[in-house]
Design a protein around this ligand. Structure first.
Ligand code: GLY
Length: 364
């Protein structure tokens, strides 16, 4: 059982299949995109142990040599990129071939970028295996790697030709990763769909155990992302709304050394709570909304404030400095995604730094 969300980008349009049992149908779904009956799979060790055999079985007669990289954010750098690209060349991956990214956001971003630059661009298919990758990073064509200067600073827009978001794969995710990925689901409701947020308030605590609910949450998230990406593929405008919670979140991730003290999605949900604090302090939204967002995060077992992050954090001024190194800075001004209500986010660079510091201090 699956649904299809179409990402309507003209010559670069593609379908995102969302549902159960998609791995078993991989050959039927990927086959029409192939010239030769083969794909080149980039994955990582943990994902390969859980899902590579099933994926190959689903591909049937399609050959699928695979490279399993080391798991973790550290792989998404120059060394991992070199390893992936050299392996694809060793395998004689041709311009007309298809690369498959089988994994979470790290593998999707890295494999997508390798595909973007290999022989000046080969096609690729995303088979996301984490909730975060299914609802966010596998859709929209942002690919890239981290450098010592920061996350995602080198990359390319390169759209996949197909995305297979099989929600059955989420059952092998550690609970903390599932919850952190949920942060990106909640983000869609908060930024643009109040009815979806209300639906999540009612159903989200059961998403992990009820695959039908999980599929519905992924489908609605992907549909929202597809619509935003269709309107603004290269983030000249509305796509920036997808960064709700990320200006704060990225600073917190940097402050915790991108370690498992704080997962990306956990930084994002704290960032969402702080974005509503900031909006309320600036008189933009109702004063009770930050509390409503926090109540939902509490129900989901997610962190809500700086004080929920284990260990010491830098002071508010240092965190604001870290935000200044974000890609979202334009002409030296920080850009925030704020909200006039649930589902009513907008982009602004008119935020006084002292109010940002006050919000951080109150959360510490
Ligand atoms: N993850 C944000 C975007 O795809 O634009």
């Amino acid at each position: 059982m699956s649904d299809v969300v179409h990402v309507d980008l003209g010559a670069r349009a593609y379908d995102v299949h969302v549902g159960r049992g998609l791995l078993a149908r991989a050959g039927d779904l990927i086959g029409p995109h192939l010239r030769l009956r083969r794909v080149f799979v980039l994955t990582e060790d943990r994902v390969a142990a859980h899902h590579l055999d099933a994926f190959r079985a689903g591909l049937g007669a399609i050959e699928a040599p695979a490279l399993a990289l080391a798991p973790g954010e550290g792989t998404k750098g120059w060394a991992g990129l070199t390893q992936a690209v050299e392996w694809l060349l060793d395998q004689r991956c041709e311009r007309g071939d298809v690369v498959v990214a089988l994994g979470g956001g790290v593998i999707g971003d890295l494999a997508g970028f390798a595909a973007a630059i290999l022989r000046r661009g080969v096609r690729f298919v995303q088979v996301p295996t984490t909730l975060l990758a299914q609802v966010d990073s596998s859709v929209g064509g942002k690919t890239g790697i981290n450098t010592r200067h920061g996350k995602n600073l080198v990359g390319a827009f390169h759209q996949p030709v197909l995305v297979l978001a099989d929600v059955d794969l989420l059952s092998t995710l550690p609970a903390r990763d599932f919850r952190a990925g949920y942060g990106e689901v909640m983000k869609y409701g908060l930024l643009g769909d109040a009815a979806f947020f209300e639906w999540l308030e009612e159903h989200a605590p059961n998403l992990e155990t009820d695959a039908a609910l999980g599929a519905e949450a992924v489908r609605r998230s992907v549909a929202m992302k597809a619509d935003i990406v269709r309107r603004d593929e290269t983030e000249q405008g509305d796509r920036a709304l997808l960064n709700l919670g990320h200006t704060f979140g990225h600073a917190l991730e940097a402050a915790t050394g991108y370690s498992d003290r704080l997962l990306h999605g956990e930084g994002v949900v704290i960032g969402c709570a702080l974005a509503f604090d900031l909006s309320a302090r600036l008189g933009l939204c109702a004063q009770e909304l930050p509390g409503r967002v926090r109540a939902h995060l509490h129900a989901m077992g997610l962190p809500r404030d700086l004080r929920d992050i284990p260990g010491d954090l830098p002071d508010a001024a240092t965190l604001v400095d870290l935000m200044g190194q974000d890609k979202k800075v334009i002409d030296g001004r920080l850009r925030f995604i704020l909200a006039r209500g649930i589902g009513a986010a907008f982009v602004t660079d008119a935020v006084p730094p002292d109010v940002v510091r006050a919000v951080l201090d109150a959360s510490a």
